[in-house]
Design a protein around this ligand. Structure first.
Ligand SMILES: Cc1cc2nc3c(=O)[nH]c(=O)nc-3n(C[C@H](O)[C@H](O)[C@H](O)COP(=O)(O)OP(=O)(O)OC[C@H]3O[C@@H](n4cnc5c(N)ncnc54)[C@H](O)[C@@H]3O)c2cc1C
Ligand SMILES: NC(=O)c1ccc[n+]([C@@H]2O[C@H](COP(=O)([O-])OP(=O)(O)OC[C@H]3O[C@@H](n4cnc5c(N)ncnc54)[C@H](O)[C@@H]3O)[C@@H](O)[C@H]2O)c1
Length: 472
């Protein structure tokens, strides 16, 4: 016999946010096979940034002597940080689960869901299977790390972002495979905590999704701190802790652990979506329309499972759209994935929104470019030892792109201290369609805060817009 619900939500990461008291007139089931809070809370954004902050503190302590401060980081206590971080996120996850379990209209099913028909599911719980049917289903099963099939890797053993933050001790030597978000943030963490890091990426630069100038600066800055091997792949691994990584450039590196960080894949496998009539694209993403409806009647999807931008702020926004649309079927909202900012919380920090210069030129836009080095504004001086100091803290840059035809910002790219915060007024200008002309002068910018670097980049951009057509 199957149990019927008005709504079943599969995945209690961002899916959790769909279920609130506005739905109290419905019987709702939340199916979660692991921890409430999903990737972001348990093994993603939140714990990783709690590891990054001590890493930043250690870097700053080591940087003290450059500015006349007698300081050095004498090491970071991995176990203490790990216990603090994991203690906090595990408690938040348990609280989240309890909060839902206490809601009279919500049934929590701790198990793995798969479809057997249209809005018909089997959930495998610890003590057996239950059949569930529903009027509506929300798919929010997120994504998981990709592990490439490299000879010897599985036998040697490896870490991914799922387990690196829970590992017992800091490995002395770590091979980091991948130079994207996870690889670069964790190379920063591991190196700052005292590990010897070798980062390997098949691309010619780290953070290749960023504007090329920013990727180049980032790569150059972190090369001062750890070994970066670009245009290189891991051909095979031999040995079990220590392992030997055999690289495509003919070299080999001995390490105590390997962190695999070569991307994530939507978790659509195993849901048996073909039984539900839910279409999946070649890359594993569930296909949705602008209202986040899948191809099956009454089935919605959100977050990393279906998103073209797999970031938490996007998954949260998707959840708000689905929540509204479930309650207002005659007044559907659209998911807006335009002007989504991103940040890489490494050292230096990187943040951006919109098109890179390469993408904008490829689209044939007539571009105006505004730039300002951190070192050119007063707070940048504070980060510098002397005017020629190009240490990572000082070598920050704000680069802005506008379309001459519309006079609107089309991209903003920042590297350096507080980049993830400094980008926000630029996101706002893009989201609200505020013209570049007048933007810098229409408001006060606190002197001598680092925001002046954004103000000055905007002035530079405005001057370039005034100067006329681009001849680049
Ligand atoms: C190390 C790391 C750091 C990150 N840092 C940031 C950051 O700083 N900023 C940012 O914006 N984004 C960051 N992200 C990305 C962010 O974590 C994701 O975009 C976000 O968590 C996606 O949310 P979601 O709800 O779509 O999926 P998830 O949070 O992954 O939730 C999916 C849930 O579904 C459950 N599930 C899956 N399949 C089933 C099934 N068949 N039955 C039952 N339950 C199932 C899973 O157990 C999981 O709990 C980071 C990711 C990682 C890995
Ligand atoms: N700060 C943040 O917002 C944040 C932090 C962490 C993760 N995330 C999310 O998690 C996702 C996954 O992050 P990620 O770092 O795993 O992926 P990514 O897509 O950001 O980077 C993957 C990197 O691995 C490289 N690569 C791929 N295959 C390789 C191979 N076989 N050998 C060597 N290099 C290889 C690629 O060139 C690329 O540089 C991100 O796209 C993002 O959505 C976000």
């Amino acid at each position: 016999m199957s149990e019927h619900f008005d709504l079943v939500v599969i995945g209690a990461g961002s899916g959790e946010a769909v279920v609130d008291d506005a739905l109290s007139h419905w019987r709702v089931a939340v199916v979660e096979r692991a921890d409430f809070g999903g990737t972001c809370l348990n093994r993603g954004c939140i714990p990783s940034k709690m590891f990054v902050h001590p890493a930043d503190v250690a870097v700053l302590a080591d940087d003290g002597p450059r500015l006349g401060v007698r300081s050095t980081a004498e090491g970071v206590d991995w176990t203490a940080v790990r216990d603090r971080v994991i203690g906090r996120v595990d408690a938040a996850s348990r609280d989240g689960e309890e909060t839902y379990a206490e809601k009279p209209h919500v049934t929590v099913l701790k198990g793995t869901a798969r479809f057997t028909g249209e809005r018909r599911l089997v959930v495998t719980l610890a003590d057996g299977d239950v059949e569930v049917t529903a009027d509506r289903v929300v798919l929010a099963t997120g994504s998981h790390p990709v592990v490439p099939d490299i000879p010897g890797l599985a036998d040697a053993g490896y870490l991914t972002s799922d387990d690196v933050m829970r590992t017992e001790r800091l490995p002395a030597r770590v091979g980091v495979l991948g130079g994207g978000y996870v690889g670069s943030e964790f190379a920063h963490v591991l190196a700052s905590y005292g590990a010897r890091v070798t980062q390997v990426d098949s691309a010619p630069m780290l953070l290749t999704n960023q504007d090329a100038e920013i990727s180049e600066r980032f790569t150059a800055a972190v090369r001062e701190r750890w070994d970066v091997r670009l245009e290189t792949s891991l051909e095979r691994v031999s040995g079990t802790a220590p392992h030997t990584m055999h690289l495509s450039d003919g070299s080999s590196v001995e390490v105590d652990a390997i962190l695999v960080a070569v991307g994530r894949k939507p978790s659509s496998d195993g849901l048996d979506l073909e039984h539900a009539g839910v279409e999946v694209s070649e890359d594993g993403r569930v296909v949705v329309d602008e209202h986040l409806r899948t191809t099956a009647e009454g089935v919605w999807a959100l977050g990393d499972l279906s998103s073209d931008v797999p970031l938490k702020h996007v998954a949260n926004a998707d959840a708000r759209v689905v929540h509204h649309n479930l309650l207002h079927p005659d007044d559907l909202r659209s998911a807006d994935h335009d002007h989504v900012p991103n940040a890489v919380f490494a050292h230096p920090q990187v943040a951006s929104v919109g098109l890179t210069e390469e993408q904008a030129r490829e689209q044939g836009l007539d571009l105006a470019v505004g730039r300002r080095e951190y070192a050119e504004v007063a707070f940048g001086w504070a980060l510098q030892h002397d005017p020629d100091d190009d240490a990572a803290e000082a070598a920050g840059l704000v680069k802005l792109l506008a379309d001459r035809r519309t006079g609107l910002l089309v991209g903003a790219h920042l590297i350096g201290e507080q980049a993830a915060i400094l980008v926000q007024p630029l996101v706002q200008a893009m989201a609200l369609g505020t013209p570049v002309r007048g933007l810098a002068r229409a408001q006060y910018w606190i002197h001598p805060a680092l925001t002046e670097v954004v103000e000055n980049a905007l002035i530079d951009l405005e001057q370039d817009l005034e100067a006329g057509p681009d001849n680049a």
